[in-house]
Design a protein around this ligand. Sequence first.
Ligand SMILES: *Cc1c(COP(=O)(O)O)cnc(C)c1O
Length: 402
Amino acid sequence: MSTPAIANAPAQEGFGPPAGGEPFLLTPGPLTTALSVKQAMLRDWGSWDGDFRAMTASLRSQLLELACAPAGEYECVPIQGSGTFAVEAMLGTFLDRKSKTLVLANGAYGKRIADILHYLERDHVTIDKGDYMPPRGSEVTAAIAADPAITHVAIVHCETSSGILNPLQELADAVKASGRKLLVDTMSAFGAVPLDVTRLDCEAMVSSANKCIEGVPGFGFVIGKRSALAASKGNAHSLSLDLFAQWDYMEKSGQWRFTPPTHAVAAFLRALELHKAEGGVAGRGARYRANRDALVSGMRSLGFETLLADSWLSPIIVTFFNPADPAFSFTEFYDRLKSRGFIIYPGKLTAVDSFRLGCIGRMDAAIMRQVVEAAAAALADMGVASAAPPQSALAERAKLAA
Ligand SMILES: *Cc1c(COP(=O)(O)O)cnc(C)c1O
């Protein structure tokens, strides 16, 4: 639906610099949003009013469509808070107290799932592949064979800490072949990387407003099997993060159970219009891949190296090694890029120093080429002769090829 506040906004809009001299956010959410997404927030909504209830209904049905969810089989339940709140709500609601979850971790977000399960006192085991090595289907099969008490497997789709796109379908096939249930954190990939909940046969998946749909922060959403949701009553550890109760109330009243992030919902509906106008998941994914390709080839031409080989690079965010040159300092690089209009992201690797550049948000390949030009100028200003990484970084990377 088109909300009254933004009814006259054009279907498409360009990729110029954000208004008011704000920098581009090369970060994986919050990210740079379209002007009309920001403008959609210039109005107040009553949470009980019919207009806002219609907005909530539209948001839920559009998200089910994006997940290729057949009507009646899956339900979409939005929940207030950042993405982690929605992950916690999904785990707390879909896992009963007798469950045991196999967590596949290869970065901070996989580890966070295990941390949440620890807080929730839900039994779990973790396969920890380190900073970026991908979990494989054969490991899932072996782990379940060795521990038949496992009931669920939790997987991160794009592990945003390294930028790796994990082999989701391979892992989902292994979970299904072992007769277990699948929970997916597709926070940073949903909307740009194709995802079909029926093909995955996942119990539930979770994402949030401020990633590839290009909305503003304020809520997340879980898309889960209707049968599993209906059976989840009483599982939740938390009143406010009980997705069964949120769903039940939403079905009965059309309203969120507690104060909804009304402005973020209005912005999200505009963001969904832009997503559709761009060609949906295919169009959004194509732009992000073009962003990544412009960024990676440009940065490589300056001597930078990526952590991951091309086949594992997501179109979401890319990790680059810091240059070995002693004249390079990350904080100085950061400040110099910021003064040129670009906010970058520190790395999250434990073994070697790195930084990350996001490909998502209201930006196109022309802007990515400006990022590369700004990086070249920053290196020249710092007196960095070569952006080549240290040998230790390349040795780390060789592990992935082995
Ligand atoms: C962003 C993100 C989250 C949620 O993070 P918040 O900071 O709570 O929004 C969870 N998982 C992944 C993979 C993410 O990229």
